[in-house]
Design a protein around this ligand. Structure first.
Ligand code: CMP
Length: 165
């Protein structure tokens, strides 16, 4: 199981798309293990977007992201990082495929509704930046055996079943 950091950006909050976007992740079988609504301080955004420092859109990006509250989520599931990125769609709303979150809900290239970690390294860094360890909650969901094959839920290498058939 993998965890990823998702931010529903100020445009998603202002356009009241939060429920519909979270619903897509829940429908997929991803589990919410952390959630908080915040206005992100500039200093945190500078750390989060350090790779974009110096790019032409950097200042506008920070102004947009700090202007209004966002919903910050930690999601857990099998291949959660790649699965969420696929569900989000391409960065630019005008280019994102129909069926993806950006493809279905947005057309702007800078107000693109959602952020998701793009690698395990980024997920580890971003989860730490936005959540204290005790703000992430481990729990079982009762539908897990219907979302996953039991082999996928079992600890240890794939193929090792928890219960003998
Ligand atoms: P995200 O991929 O979450 O993180 C970087 C953000 O920068 C990206 O979403 C967009 O919101 C923004 N961004 C990236 N490229 C551009 C661009 N060319 N013009 C404006 N905003 C951009």
């Amino acid at each position: 199981m993998e965890r990823t950091l998702i931010i529903l950006k100020p445009d998603a909050v202002q356009r009241q798309l939060v429920g519909r976007i979270i619903g897509r992740f829940e429908d997929k079988g991803l589990k919410i293990v952390g959630a908080k609504m915040r206005r992100i301080p500039r200093e945190t955004l500078e750390r989060h977007y350090s790779d974009h420092l110096g790019k032409p859109f950097y200042e506008r990006l920070l102004a947009f992201m700090s202007k209004d509250p966002v919903l910050i989520l930690a999601l857990e599931g099998k291949n959660a990082i790649a699965v969420c990125r696929k569900m989000m769609g391409a960065t630019f709303g005008s280019k994102a495929e129909a069926g993806t979150i950006r493809g279905d809900f947005g057309i702007s290239d800078s107000f693109n509704l959602i952020h998701g970690s793009d690698s395990p390294e980024a997920a580890a860094k971003e989860l730490k930046l936005f959540f204290a360890a005790d703000e992430l909650v481990s729990y079982d969901i009762i539908s897990a055996p219907w979302i996953y094959d039991e082999d996928e839920l079992a600890p240890g290498p794939p193929g090792r079943s928890r219960t003998p058939h």
